[in-house]
Design a protein around this ligand. Sequence first.
Ligand code: SF4
Length: 401
Amino acid sequence: MANIGYLQVVRHCNHFCGFCSNPTSPYEHTLETMKVLVDDLVGRGYFGVVLTGGEPTLHPQLPDIARYASEQGLHVRMITNGWKLGDRSFARALGEAGLSIAHVSIYSVRTAIEHKLRGIEGTLERAFASLEAAHEAGIEINVNCVINKLNADHLDENVRVIVERAPWVRHFVWNNLDPSMGRAEVNQAELTPRLGDFELSLHRALAFLEKSGRTYRVERVPLCYMTDFSHASTETRKIVKGEERVVHFLDDKQTVRQTDWEHVYAEGCTSCSLRSICGGLFDRGNAYDPGELAPVFVPLEPIVRRVMTDGEDPAITPSNFDYAAWQRAHEARRAFPRRSRDADLPPQVERGDGPAVGLVTEESLKRFGAKRRAEAKLAERLGVTQEKGTLEPSVTPRRES
Ligand code: SF4
């Protein structure tokens, strides 16, 4: 297995997306508090770490934590909006520090839509500049995209334009919008798509990538909406491989561990041939409709074989894959009872044991209050609803002064 952990480096951002599920919090990291979490992932035997946020490039010690994680033997990745990474010297510093992969987010190649989704102008060209700067710095680039109501009909146009302008991008990742947290929760009506809104354009995008020999992953999309590309579902791959994920949230959730990749299912799912490897419908936030699910009747084995013999997956050791043995292990894993849900946590996760994540100080509380007030003005100007929570920072318990 090649488990990967997530470390939220900061929780503020220089963009203001209406579907942000991890907006500003009063918690902050020093290099030392991040090192402890890297050590935690190393101690768990994890393969890699994803440095994320907020916007991780806004932390002044990002290259230092990338270097430390790399020196501890972790494969280091970063998810970024691509604004600061367009600075060539910064990209070089990250490459030299050991950053292997940068996931740069591009939601739409239509400038007006990208601008509307990001809340500021000029983001698309900056993102393309970051694809070039990272490439020059020897950092592998993946392009990430949150599927939402405004880009649902042109996901295929996005990949065609990106591949034309940056042919060195070999891997694309789609995350269907998580409508359960942050601003995504309060802007559902404007931004959460129906599954049917993107089915066709996603299919065209994946078919294009498959034909061009590129790789791709899709998260929070039921297999009946990507049946021909089921091997690329993030949930399916983790179910098939029996993987887990730890997220060090830089907020009150702290460390959570996810070993269960199943969401909710409709009545028809019981007759679906892919039920045992499908993540179902993402159920937090009550934004998606189980009525959109429809069983499929395709063979399971080729999908499992494609996942388990994927030579580009660090979790896979080339060997003769034994499907019968996999079936036995898979059934044994499924026999475990599902945990009860914790209403305060993201889906299918449990509160993880682990060190404290970040610090809340008098100074960080003041910065949090100032950011919330500035963002409230921005939200009003953009017509975006600000996430739940008071403008005053004192609601969060102070952890350290
Ligand atoms: S019908 Fe249910 S089990 Fe089958 S692919 Fe759709 S969501 Fe998954």
